[in-house]
Design a protein around this ligand. Structure first.
Ligand SMILES: [Zn+2]
Length: 299
């Protein structure tokens, strides 16, 4: 279920950034133009996770909220907005909603969180916030979606299948298994490289990849493409989407370089660059084709 077949998004640093993960019903960030791009899917998101309050990540929120409230559709559908507690950018957008639409109540639950906070988003799944290095002074978060899975405890592994089945039916299922958290999805937001342990064996990682060469970096607030690929390789993630590539680079040259970097990085999963609204394949075409599957629809 991971990979761009399930994703719609937009990424351009300083302009607009957002990602809609359809199977998880999760929106990450709300850059400008979001509601236009979502079109008839504007009512689909139940949860919006805001990584930080920079304008290119939050200025699409008033448009999204208004489109849902005043459009023809599920106008009362609740939207939960998880955001970094104390974010000035988010506070500004809330104030805009309160003043521009005075007297209108929006079905929004605002949840201000810090690193380590956990918000249930579906049965057996929760959204967890983690700290990232990006804004300097203001709060910035990455997010991951964790699913609680169960597996057979190692001491029962040698039992014949029929015996395991018999004991499970006799009511020993809980005692014979142990909880294993599985990372379905990780998103760095805008950030320096995130800790590998947070996204180990994740189905999908979306990571900041602003600089083709970290020599171009002035402040320690964005990752380089090689750094993002290294996180993905070391964590053993299955699929990787790089985003937020600096607008300073010529796109043709950048794609050529990124494909070479991906091949040399040792990352074995499928990889893409999200640039504007396009997902450009970076890894082997055969690998990418099977991951893309059908049903990908760009608005
Ligand atoms: Zn930012």
């Amino acid at each position: 279920m991971s990979g761009p077949a399930d994703l719609v998004g937009f990424s351009r640093g300083m302009y607009s950034n957002w990602l809609w993960h359809r199977p998880l019903q999760l929106l990450v960030d709300a850059g400008e133009g979001l509601q236009l791009a979502l079109g008839s899917s504007v009512y689909a998101p139940s949860v919006l996770a805001v990584t930080h309050g920079h304008s290119d990540h939050v200025l699409g929120l008033p448009g999204l909220v208004a489109a849902r409230r005043f459009g023809k559709g599920a106008q009362d559908k609740p939207l939960t907005i998880v955001y970094p507690d104390g974010s000035r950018g988010v506070r500004g957008v809330r104030a805009l909603l309160d003043t521009s639409y005075a007297g209108v109540s929006f079905p929004i639950t605002w949840i201000g969180v810090g690193p380590g906070a956990s918000v249930p988003i579906a049965k057996g799944r929760h959204l967890e916030a983690f700290a990232v290095d990006h804004t300097g002074g203001g709060p910035a978060l990455g997010y991951r979606v964790i699913e609680q899975r169960r597996r057979l405890r190692p001491e029962f592994a040698s039992l014949p299948a029929a015996e395991i089945e018999r004991r499970a039916r006799a009511g020993d299922r809980e005692a014979m298994t142990e909880a294993v958290p599985h990372v379905l999805f990780g998103h760095s937001g805008d950030a320096m490289p995130i800790p590998v342990d947070l996204v180990r064996h994740a189905d999908l990682l979306v990571h900041d990849a602003t600089f083709l060469d970290v020599a171009d970096r002035r402040e320690p607030i964005h990752a380089g493409t090689l750094e993002a690929l290294a996180v993905a390789r070391e964590a053993g993630v299955r699929a990787l989407v790089l985003h937020h590539l600096s607008i300073r680079y010529d796109r043709g040259t950048a794609l050529h370089m990124l494909r070479a970097q991906t091949a040399e990085s040792g990352f074995k999963g499928a990889a893409w660059l999200l640039d504007g609204s396009e997902f450009w394949p970076l890894s082997q075409p055969s690998q990418v084709r099977s991951e893309r599957g059908k049903g990908r629809s760009q608005p």
